[in-house]
Ligand binder design. Structure first.
Ligand SMILES: Nc1ncnc2c1ncn2[C@@H]1O[C@H](COP(=O)(O)OP(=O)(O)OP(=O)(O)O)[C@@H](O)[C@H]1O
Ligand SMILES: CC(C)(CO)[C@@H](O)C(=O)[O-]
Ligand code: BAL
Length: 287
């Protein structure tokens, strides 16, 4: 596997991979890789001639007091995992390469309304501006034919699709942004780099999240009222040792408009909740 830490080297290596019209799939990550990430790499390999993975812990998507400094960094280990999956090129810029002069002196930011307003956008103000801006930069830097994102970060996927559509980003078509279903641990917990923050006790309790979500979905699908069902879901999480629930809501799966009941369109249950110092998110299809 090749690697690049500067934009000049990246562009040069990407141009060589493209020789003869070969296609490139981009998998953006923040590293601390797990099987969820590797599933994105495998999916990209199936769809494209070459895979470029990025590892960049993007400071601008972390709010004050969030875990930017604590976020796990294990570049060598990650590189070996990517190589094992047949990734062609690792793009791992330093903060200074991505934001020359420092992120605080950066004057351009992409802000997406509506789809980024609720859920994680409400509990992490500014988060999706940081995500959209860095993903737009990654798209411009790599100019991939397709890009792969996990449904685990369902709102992020919707935000990136809206940005690519509205700004005519260089990807051939909005359908070039591929959402990959959430990869889960044996007990149902969605894989996440942040799961490693969990103590043994909190890790065991965390499995309540997907279990309680499935129970709530079954009730909503049976026709029980949404509001009390979601209130019971919150109670189940708090009873299992979660400290707080940022949101537990039903939404239209495309627009992410909140729903108070199931309609004909596809719907999604989205939850974010805190256990110990860790904020976990999950989402599942409803109906
Ligand atoms: N369990 C998973 N299944 C499928 N895709 C995933 C999973 N976890 C992460 N991804 C996807 O991998 C990409 C990179 O995510 P990231 O590096 O932030 O990992 P993460 O595990 O989501 O970390 P965090 O704990 O910060 O949320 C994103 O598109 C994300 O949606
Ligand atoms: C898409 C992303 C790599 C942008 O920093 C990040 O938000 C993530 O890892 O999901
Ligand atoms: N996986 C989403 C990136 C973040 O939480 O900052």
């Amino acid at each position: 596997m090749q690697s690049a830490t500067t934009l000049d080297v990246l562009r040069n290596k990407v141009a060589k991979l493209r020789t003869g019209g070969q296609t490139i799939g981009l998998v953006p990550t923040m590293g601390a890789l797990h099987d969820g990430h590797l599933t994105l790499i495998r999916r990209a390999r199936e769809a494209c001639d070459h895979v470029v993975a990025s590892i960049f812990v993007n400071p601008t998507q972390f709010g004050p007091g969030e875990d930017l400094d604590a976020y796990p960094r294990q570049l060598e280990h990650d590189a070996a995992m990517l190589e094992g999956e047949g990734c062609a090129l690792l793009w791992a810029p330093a903060v200074e390469e991505m934001y020359p002069g420092g992120p605080e002196n950066f004057v351009t930011s992409i802000s997406i309304s509506d789809v980024s307003a609720g859920f994680c956008g409400a509990s992490r103000p500014g988060h999706f501006d940081g995500v959209a801006t860095v993903v737009c930069k990654l798209f411009n830097q790599v100019q991939p034919d397709m890009a792969f994102f996990g449904e685990k970060d369902f709102q992020q996927l919707a935000v990136i699709r809206a940005m690519a559509r509205d700004l005519d980003l260089s990807l051939p078509h909005v359908r070039s942004i591929i959402g990959v279903p959430t990869v889960r641990e044996a007990d149902g917990l969605a894989m996440s780099s942040r799961n490693r923050y969990l103590s043994e006790e909190h890790r065991a309790a965390a499995a309540t999240l997907p279990r309680a979500m499935k129970e709530a979905i079954a009730r909503i699908e049976e026709g029980q009222e949404t509001a009390p069902t979601l209130a019971a879901l919150e109670d189940a999480l708090l009873g299992a040792g979660f400290e707080s629930v940022d949101y537990a809501d039903l939404a239209d799966a495309i627009s992410l408009e909140p729903l108070d009941a199931l309609k004909d369109a596809p719907a999604r249950l989205l939850v974010a909740a805190r256990i110990g110092n860790t904020r976990l998110i999950d989402n599942m299809a409803v109906g």
